[in-house]
Write a protein that binds this ligand. Sequence first.
Ligand SMILES: [Zn+2]
Length: 63
Amino acid sequence: MAEFFVTRNETEDKTHQIHSKTCDHLPEESALMYIGAYARKEAAEADATFYYKSVSYCPKCLA
Ligand SMILES: [Zn+2]
């Protein structure tokens, strides 16, 4: 299981980026919303879309 976060602010491509907790490029905590712990990033994405319509995977940690 890994813990996942989604950015509160949109990135340049107008999506909210999903990160793993272990990401080297994780934004500061105040810019993140905790999604939960999942075995697969697809499950994290499904729950992230509950908060934000357009989400994407961080290219550094979830590519
Ligand atoms: Zn990341």
